[in-house]
Ligand binder design. Structure first.
Ligand code: ADP
Ligand code: SF4
Length: 676
């Protein structure tokens, strides 16, 4: 039964000629699938609709080849050949009774246009913001007329595909309409530059073009950046209010966002739920049209408050809908504690940057709906009376036990320690990572609902003990241990003998000595987080990394700049492009990563964050004892990120009793490019 306080979230909302069945709105989000994996993409969007999102949108869809953002895989609607893939998305969304929205984009100065090999275009001649050494050409009035025609053509194709909502996109610093609007890029002296009315002329014309074509067939949304976070150099509130006075009533829906993508998708390390509220408050009063905002909302009470207090009409979500495509259905059915809350880690975002299908730490089925046939809520029933032992209650063990339990198997999960959660329980205590604890919290709640899963704590399992029971099979999810000897990307042979173990730090113990050298050759978050932790506790910390950026892989989670800033603010000394060669009573011997030139720094303690060893001894011992049906999963199979461990737990549960596959066969479906 739904909590009546949440009734307001299930009111239908009119958007132009269309009616959304509730207030849950999956805003456009990238996914690394785009035009390259069309059926995977369609199935993923369809799953969101099945989970109750009343509006389900595409990612940005390029309207023309001059918009090409090659290097990423976005949607395309360059010509009629792209329409069938979009029909597939629309059909999947409609099948579950939701509205399908398309976010049309022209990237302007953010294009790369390296695949089509044409000149990029923009309001003024400028270097491209996409990071390639090329410029965009200042558009002539003829170019502007062409752009409007390309947009119209894309709108026609969107209608042809069956979309219900068509976006005009002027946000994230990624689009030509924002570039015209913003004084930052627009130095024009004609009727498209200068005053706000002139800079907004193209946006207004394109919205009018789109409205004229959509009429009663589809609604027209505008996604607008309401503060570029650049102070007086960029768009901010005063101009947005002026703009709303001019065009506030024009589209059928306003989708407000703030800053660029890295702020819009801030990680939980830096921003909490509702972080954009201060910027969007009061904007809804400037239009009678419905408004959608995001804010990584997972709490239905907060969502209801947002609607009641007149901040928004729709609860927009990208990440909460990725972590839990069934979030609306769960609120509707009064199953709020079943919501799989996003932890704000941005592994989903990283997939887009890495140009691989979207993945999610909390939802292992994300991106696997079609190619592996996984569902975020369902799994096929058990196919035998196997009694399964899962050893280790970290992310992979919890995930495996939960899905095996849902399949109906009798499962025992044993954990050596006093608490469940493994690495997430430990890492959630680090600065900024508390939300990561949700990985364990969700699974613990779910396991408690499964009478066929028995969880035992303080039960370290040995091979001898396991052989004495009648379990087949056994999943070993015993995690991994950080190496202290320096072996990693830089060093291939052990070099350190006196490093303070990372796992000791994670367990809450601290070294004696004040000057700490953290050697980060892992390049994701942990080296940086440990440096921050120790600096905040009063240690004098130097963070040494052979990369030119600290926590360099976090460019993919869009946190790198903020991590750098936070470390500097915490007083950490940063030594990039540098390796630690040795550490002893005299301090640390460092070497420049390019020249090899050496120098020493004073240091009492070394913390070496490089690589991990899988804790898989149990597997070998069981096999030696003649127990064949045993498999390591998660970090004990292959140390990786938390998302990999969760995924592997799910894979184990899916594979149990599945027909044997040829060991060399690709374990998922794929779409192959059609030959010309
Ligand atoms: P993963 O990320 O693969 O899930 P973790 O390191 O997070 O791995 O979790 C591994 C868990 O396994 C830890 O909670 C650890 O205490 C537990 N564990 C390790 N060895 C044993 C064992 N022999 N018996 C039971 N639990 C174990
Ligand atoms: Fe949230 Fe992380 Fe999943 Fe993205 S990957 S939806 S940030 S839990």
């Amino acid at each position: 039964m739904r909590d009546p306080r949440h009734d307001i979230l299930f009111e239908p909302v009119q958007i132009g000629p269309k009616t959304a069945r509730n207030r849950f709105f999956q805003v456009p989000h990238c996914n690394g699938m785009g035009h390259r994996h069309p059926t995977s993409l369609a199935a993923m969007r369809g799953t969101k609709a099945e989970g109750g999102w009343a509006v389900v949108c595409t990612e940005e869809v390029e309207i023309h080849h001059t918009s090409g953002l090659d290097g990423a895989v976005e949607g395309r609607l360059w010509d009629d050949a792209d329409v069938p893939a979009h029909r597939r998305i629309v059909d999947e969304v409609h099948r579950h009774g939701s509205l399908a929205g398309i976010e049309l984009v022209h990237s302007g100065l953010n294009a790369t246009a390296t695949y089509p090999r044409v000149a990029a275009i923009g309001p003024s001649a400028r270097p491209l913001t996409s990071g390639i050494p090329a410029q965009g050409r200042a558009m002539t009035l003829d170019d502007i007329a062409d752009l409007r025609e390309w947009h119209r053509a894309a709108v026609r194709r969107s209608l042809d595909a069956g979309y219900d909502v068509v976006y005009v996109y002027a946000a994230h610093g990624l689009t030509i309409f924002q570039q015209f609007l913003s004084r930052r890029y627009n130095d024009r002296t004609d009727e498209y530059g200068g005053s706000l009315a002139n800079r907004a002329r193209l946006l207004r014309e394109v919205v009018e073009d789109t409205l004229e074509l959509c009429r009663d067939r589809a609604a027209v949304a505008v996604r607008l950046c309401v503060d570029e976070l650049l102070g007086d150099d960029g768009l901010q509130r005063a101009e947005i209010e002026e703009l709303m006075a001019m065009v506030g009533e024009l589209p059928d829906l306003w989708d407000f966002m703030v800053g660029e993508w890295d702020f819009d998708s801030s990680t939980s390390r830096f921003e909490q739920e509702g972080y954009i509220e201060p910027w969007v408050e009061g904007l809804k009063a400037l239009t009678t049209k419905p408004v959608v905002i995001i804010g990584r909302y997972t709490s239905p009470d907060t969502m209801a408050r947002l609607v009641r207090s007149g901040i928004t009409d729709f609860i927009g979500a990208a990440r909460p809908s990725i972590a839990d495509p069934f979030l609306p259905v769960k609120i509707e059915e009064g199953r709020v504690d079943d919501i799989r809350e996003c932890i704000g880690c941005n592994i989903c975002v990283a997939a887009d940057w890495m140009v691989v299908p979207i993945r999610c730490t909390q939802n292992a089925s994300m991106g696997e709906e079609w190619r592996r046939g996984w569902h975020p809520e369902r799994i096929r029933p058990k196919e035998s009376d196997a009694k399964v032992l899962v050893v280790g209650g970290g992310p992979s063990g919890l995930e495996a036990a939960m899905w095996l339990g849902r399949r109906g198997y009798e499962v025992v999960l044993t954990e050596a320690g006093r608490t469940l959660g493994g690495r997430v329980a430990r890492e959630a205590r680090l600065p900024g990572l508390s939300e990561w604890g949700r990985v364990a919290d969700h699974r613990l709640l779910q396991l408690a609902k499964l009478p066929n899963v028995l969880v035992t704590l303080e039960s370290p399992m040995s091979a001898e003990e396991i052989v004495g029971y009648d379990f087949t099979p056994v999943a070993v999810a015993t995690g991994a241990t950080w190496r202290s000897d320096g072996v990693g990307v830089w060093h291939h042979k052990p070099v350190f003998t006196d490093a303070f173990a990372v796992d000791e730090l994670l367990a809450g113990r601290r070294p004696t000595g004040k000057r700490v050298t953290v050697f980060d050759d892992d390049h994701y978050y942990l080296g940086g987080v440990l440096a921050e932790l120790l600096a905040r506790e009063g240690f004098d910390v130097t963070l040494v990394t052979p990369d030119s950026k600290v926590s360099s892989w976090t460019v993919n989670t869009m946190e790198q700049a903020r991590i750098h800033r936070r470390l500097v603010e915490a007083g950490v000394v940063l030594a990039t492009d540098t390796a630690v060669l040795a550490h002893d009573g005299d301090g640390a011997l460092l070497a420049d990563a390019y020249t090899g030139r050496e120098h020493r720094i004073a240091s009492d303690v070394l913390v070496s964050v490089t690589a991990r060893r899988p804790n898989d001894a149990l597997v070998g011992e069981l096999r030696a004892a003649g127990f064949a049906n045993v498999q390591a999963i998660g970090d004990s199979w292959n140390p990786g990120i938390i998302a990999d461990a969760v995924f592997d737990g799910r894979r184990y549960a899916e594979d149990l009793d599945a027909p044997a596959r040829d060991r060399g066969a690709t374990p998922f479906l794929r779409e192959v490019v059609r030959l010309a």
